[in-house]
Design a protein. Sequence first.
Length: 448
Amino acid sequence: MIELTKEYIENLRHIIEAKDDVQAKKLLEELYPADIAELYKDLSLQEAIYLYLLMDGDKAADVLMELDEEDRHKLLKELPNELIAKRFVDNMDTDDAVDLMRELDEDTQEEILSHIEDVEQAGDIVDLLKYDEDTAGGLMGTEMIVVNENWSMPKCIDEMRKQAEDMDEIYYVYVVDDDDRLRGVLPLKKLITNPSVSKIKHVMKKDPIAVHDSDSIEEVAETIEKYDLVALPVVDSIGRLVGRISVDDVMDEVREQHERDYQLASGISQDVETSDNVFTQTAARLPWLLIGMIGGLSNSVILGGFETGIATNPKMALFIPLIGGTGGNVGIQSSAIVVQGLANNTLKEGNIFTQILKESIVSIINASIISLVVFVYNFFMLGDRVITTAVSLSLFAVVMFASIFGTIVPLLLDKMKIDPALATGPFITISNDIIGMLIYMLILSAMT
């Protein structure tokens, strides 16, 4: 693997400046597509275009899909649609081509499709664009080896050779009937050990694991993980084989989903990258900061209502950060466990009540220990029995509330078709902070 040092990049820029096509091609041949995409950030747009035009179609297409979406947009805007069609889309698997087309407006899509030489591929792309991008149909590709269950082994091998000519990777050989319904998978071992079998259906592995084109990406990922598959066939509502999904496609989608969830849990309202401009990052981060500010102002209003009590006994104010911080931490812990269970499908409708009950028991134990530790500390260090008791009771109540609240909120959000990851971020923290402060003030007021 070649290290992309400053010296290497400077040498490449000198080669580009000199328009030394031979030397530039030689350097590109030594690099993987991911490495070339990494170079993009250190080159000007025109330098990058120069390199793209030197690469063969397959490599250029791979490099394009390795770029960040924003960088890809900048590059494509500088290239004519006919070149995009013939140099990139023509050399992509249909699933990658569809991912690329989804990033473009409808007029550009139509123009690019009109320039694709392979009419069958263009038709496949049009069909795949009709699927929701968050479903198996929107993720699948159509490149696969398909044989008929009634073929003899010699015919099967001959057809496989023909189909494999245009494929980069072969994962499985799928068997269909005369109506294109998926019937089985042909293990490659059978091709070697049973070369003279009369029909494929006698040696195929029946009832293969498959997903429907309307299944969610989460369901696809769970199936691939559960059965340790490298690819998964996709069927339509009547069982016809319509495509396949490879594990690398699923992992890319899962990684992107995790990144979105992490940002959402951090209070970032839209998907952003470190390379995004100042205005994009500000727009993504400011909304939750404003909501947090409103939460802080709400706390100020609550404290203002108890101003007399705080003025009478200033020691009350010492424990405000403790109450708010503990409630927020407990709520995030509880919601994180539920969100994880919803994400990996281990938390289903049948065991939701069990999870709430379990969380209640855990919260009772945690609340008891925390409040007892604080009670003992304040009893010896503070010397004020009223505040000591009030703080401990408040902590117990806040921990109990935050645990249950943190468990129920993501469940409700999931029912409302809202990403439950929202519950592991500022939403829970701000809510628990406000309710926790109100609980603390009310208990103190009742005891003083």
